[in-house]
Design a binder for this molecule. Sequence first.
Ligand SMILES: NC(=O)c1ccc[n+]([C@@H]2O[C@H](COP(=O)([O-])OP(=O)(O)OC[C@H]3O[C@@H](n4cnc5c(N)ncnc54)[C@H](O)[C@@H]3O)[C@@H](O)[C@H]2O)c1
Ligand SMILES: CC(C)[C@H](C(=O)O)[C@@H](O)C(=O)O
Ligand SMILES: [Mg+2]
Length: 356
Amino acid sequence: MTAQITVLAGDYIGPEIMAAGLKVLAAVSEGQNFDYQLHEMPFGGAGIDQAGDPLPAEALQTAQKSDAILLAAIGGPKWDGAPKTPEQGLLAIRKALNLFANIRPTEISPAMQKYSPIKNTEPVDFVIVRELTSGIYFGQPRETTSEYALDTMRYTNQEIERITRVAFDMAMKRRKHVTLVDKANVLDTSKLWRKIVAQIATEYPAVTYDTSYVDAASMKIIASPSQFDVILTENLFGDILSDEAAQITGSLGTIPSMSRGSNGPSLYEPIHGSAPDIAGQGIANPISMVKSVAMMLTHSFDRADLAKQISDAVDATVESGVVTPDLGGNATTDEMTSAIINHIKESRHSYEPDHV
Ligand SMILES: NC(=O)c1ccc[n+]([C@@H]2O[C@H](COP(=O)([O-])OP(=O)(O)OC[C@H]3O[C@@H](n4cnc5c(N)ncnc54)[C@H](O)[C@@H]3O)[C@@H](O)[C@H]2O)c1
Ligand SMILES: CC(C)[C@H](C(=O)O)[C@@H](O)C(=O)O
Ligand SMILES: [Mg+2]
């Protein structure tokens, strides 16, 4: 079966890093019995420019029919104040595909250690499980008048339950520890999260469960990130904490993500944005996109073997110091991507029987 992949390159550095991700996908799948077909669609600002909508109907239909979606990044100053913004397109595709669970890993691999601003001695390897289709991003009522503006934070029991199960199921396959991050000393929604998560935690006796207020959690991510395994949190807190967590690896440009629902295609994207400040210079870090491709291979296509080849090649590349300026190097996006591809090819070559 040929894997059908929708490609949403988006805006500013979006197309630059998507090109890198697709080159790595082509290289890693060559001769590996993984066939795929790409469906490139305008989305975000590009959707507004080409089709008059950040989520053109054709892009949504194509995404719905595909096996997986790769998204790079959208948004930027060009569309500030547009009647419908690129960011609204992003929220709309998440909602339309019911992608309620957003998985954002932070790992400081031995190869990345030298780029980390944190002086940690223990290994750092945790995931943020962020609720993605509710909370203050979507709550009603929402309005702006000449006197005030209003956003609403709302969560239902069912929305909390389903994301909590994702987090605990994930913990069972990891170090069996879940931390709920909330603001239960102030917010009613957080109090509801605490009640429901505590109930569901009793179904997972093997998993240790604790809680942290979001202000303290943001400190702990810097001070002692090794204590975390699975961080479970609501939409807005997850957005903020995941950028902070990314930076302890050395750069926001290294972290991928997966967004999934109960069924249907999952979506894979870097956690960062379109980086207008560096777009067009060919210096965007491709790791976040390349690792998003690896997550797709594991979770949508059951090809953890190919994903491992990618992550080993990324580690070998950063180890060798071929890195973009965000990590303190002077490599271009293309140079870094080529280095990753060369490491994939070399590792295969070394497994081949002797040439005679
Ligand atoms: N999922 C998405 O598509 C997404 C996510 C976040 C922000 N955005 C949008 O992106 C636009 C820019 O937002 P912002 O500037 O606040 O955040 P940003 O994440 O685009 O950039 C923040 C900083 O990180 C740097 N950075 C990000 N990715 C990088 C990479 N791969 N390599 C090197 N450096 C990288 C940027 O240069 C910038 O200095 C906004 O329109 C925002 O709404 C989109
Ligand atoms: C662009 C924006 C709507 C988006 C979010 O807040 O979810 C982004 O920051 C992210 O982290 O994916
Ligand atoms: Mg964000």
